[in-house]
Design a binder for this molecule. Sequence first.
Ligand code: ATP
Ligand code: MG
Length: 339
Amino acid sequence: VKNAQGQYTVTLIEGDGIGVEISQAVKDIYSAAKIPITWEPVDVTPTLINGRTTLPQEAVDSVNKNKVALKGPLATPVGKGHQSMNLTLRRTFNLFANVRPCKSIVGYATPYEDVDTVLIRENTEGEYSGIEHTIVPGVVQSIKLITRPASERVIRYAFEHAKNINRPHVVVVHKASIQKLSDGLFVEVANEVAKEYPGIKVSFELLDNTCLKLTADPADYKDVVMVMPNLYGDILSDLSSGLIGGLGLTPSGNMGDTVSIFEAVHGSAPDIAGKGLANPTALLLSSCMMLRHMHLNADADKIENAVLKTIASGAENRTGDLHGSASTSHFASEVIKNL
Ligand code: ATP
Ligand code: MG
C-alpha cells in the first residue's frame, strides 16, 4: 500500500551469515536510486512453542500488513529441535509456489550464453513434509506427501505465470515411472488443470531426462515454464544456477494467496560470512522481482540494468564467486555509479 509520501512499506528480513552484508548493499542501492520503498526490518529469531518452531508475532504481523517482504538467507538454529526456518516461513504464510527464473548474464561468460529458464517449485510438501521416523534401529522411513490441493494450486500458478510472461509451454517435471502414486497424482492433476488452458501446450518430462536436456541445450527451455514437486525444484534450480555462473546470481519469489516473500536461492554461506566477499546480485535481482510484482517496473529496470552493467564492467568490479576481486561494498558503490 502506498502511503501519503508515495512510499511503499516492505518487510525486510536481513537474514543470517552473508544476509546482513547483502541486505546492506540493497538498502544502500535503493536509497541512492530513490526507489519508493520504506524498509520495515523485523527479527525472525524463532522460539519453540509446544515443540513447533514459531516466528515472533511482530514479524508475522509486519509481513501480513505489508503483504510483501524481502528476505536474506536464514540459517536454521542447530541442536534445539528447530525445524527449518525457511519451511516455517512458507508454512506460516502459505507460500505455495516458489518461482525461480534463471537467465544468462550478458557480460559474464559461461559455457552457455542463452540460458533463460523459469522453474516453479512446489513449496509446501513433497519430500519436505518433515515426516520421518525410525521403524527399528537401522531402518528409517521418510514420507513424501503429495496432495491434490497443493499440486493443483502450484500447477495452476504455473499455467497462470506462463500466460503472464507469454510463454506458450508448461513442462511438468516428475518421476511417475517410479513414484507411481505420488508423482502419478501430480501428473494426473496437471493433466486436469491443463484442460483449462487450451492456449498453452503441456508436456511431461522425467526428471533425469530434464537434467540431461537442460545441461545439453538449455535454450530448449526458453519458451517453457517448468513446474515440479519440491525436491526436484530444489535440485534443478541449483543446476540452472550453475549454468549461468552460480548461486550469487539467482533470485526467487515465494508466492502465496495474499503474501509474497522474495529471496535469493542461496543460503547463508557461513564460509564467507562477515568477510565482505558476498555477491549481493541474487538478493538485488530478487528485489527486482518484488518491484515488478508491485508493478514498479521502471524501478526494477533501473536497479537491474545498473547491476548487469556493473557485472559486465570487468573483474575488478565483480565479487569472488564471479572470479572478480571486488568486495560487497565496492560492488554496491559501482552499482550506484551505474544507476
Ligand atoms: P545454508 O545452510 O544456509 O543453506 P549452505 O552452505 O548450505 O548454507 P549456501 O549458503 O547456498 O549453502 O552456499 C553454497 C556455496 O555458495 C558456498 O560456498 C557459498 O560461499 C557460495 N555462495 C552462496 N551464496 C553466495 C553469494 N551471494 N556470494 C558468493 N558466494 C555465495
Ligand atoms: Mg544450502
